[in-house]
Ligand binder design. Structure first.
Ligand code: NAP
Length: 247
């Protein structure tokens, strides 16, 4: 357990999967969590579960593929809660295809949601974090951003881009007491990986030294650590949480 009491955290893509796990864990550690996704009823149900478990959370519907929505989201969060201490850029999508068949639309969709939205959110949140002289930015990348992956040129580029964005952010904002780090999950059991089917999942597990898919809690506990005071001297890093797949 880490002490995040009094902190306000915003988690994108909190309606299910890894983002839902992150939102719940940050709340269990005492943060007020602003849970964001497009689908208001899904994200409201996550916020309700957090509240029922004794935490505090708010649900906000926002499509982060639109930059204006992202800026407004951060502005309204700060206006409502007075501060913003932890920003988790987690929402992400895939539009897989081989390079030669990948449409420009699929490229743009993935880059807009996975990378550009994180840039806009960081830019808006940094304004407040600089004033506070304190902040934690945590971007959810992927091992695919480190390794590349056939059929995922758009996704891999977006996730590698997040690593570069994180390092530049870390360098620019370090003197203001703000840290920026990436987590690169391996294969985690969520809707995104369920789509792969049993056979592909089994062949992936064979490449994982620890012999299993990750669980959302494996990622969420690392986010809670990076968000805590205990991680104050860690910035610009990418932590692979992948059962040893990339080492
Ligand atoms: N699962 C894995 O194995 C794995 C591995 C490496 C990295 N990751 C990364 O971890 C993150 C979470 O993955 P996941 O597996 O939990 O994905 P998921 O189950 O598909 O959930 C994606 C989340 O993002 C939200 N979202 C999607 N498009 C959005 C948009 N335009 N605006 C706002 N919210 C949006 C979704 O909610 P709505 O549909 O309601 O908007 C949902 O809450 C992603 O960045 C993913 O790339 C996952």
């Amino acid at each position: 357990m880490f002490d995040l009491s009094g902190k306000v955290a915003l988690v994108t893509g909190a309606s299910r999967g890894i983002g839902c796990g992150i939102a719940k864990t940050l709340a269990e550690n005492g943060a007020h969590v602003v849970c964001v996704s497009r689908n208001v009823s899904d994200v409201q149900s996550v916020a309700d579960k957090i509240t029922a478990a004794g935490g505090t959370a708010t649900a906000v519907a926002c499509d982060i593929s639109d930059s204006d929505n992202v800026s407004k989201l951060i502005k309204e969060t700060v206006a409502t809660h007075d501060h913003l201490d932890i920003l988790v850029n987690n929402a992400g999508v895939t539009r897989d295809n081989l390079l030669m068949r990948m449409s420009e639309d699929d490229w743009n969709t993935v880059l807009n949601i996975n990378l550009k939205a994180a840039f806009i959110a960081i830019k808006a949140a940094a304004r407040t974090m600089i004033k506070q002289r304190n902040g934690r930015i945590i971007n959810i990348s992927s091992v695919v951003g480190l390794m590349g992956n056939a059929g995922q040129a758009n996704y891999a580029a977006s996730k590698a881009g997040l690593i570069g964005l994180t390092k530049s952010t870390a360098r620019e904002l370090a003197s203001r007491g703000i840290t920026a780090n990436c987590i690169a999950p391996g294969y985690v059991a969520t809707d995104m990986t369920n789509e792969l089917g049993d056979e592909v999942q089994q062949s992936l597990i064979e490449q994982i030294p620890l012999g299993r898919m990750g669980q959302v809690e494996d990622i969420a506990s690392a986010v809670a650590f990076l968000a805590s005071d205990e991680a104050a001297y860690i910035t610009g890093q990418t932590l692979a949480i992948d059962g040893g797949m990339v080492m």
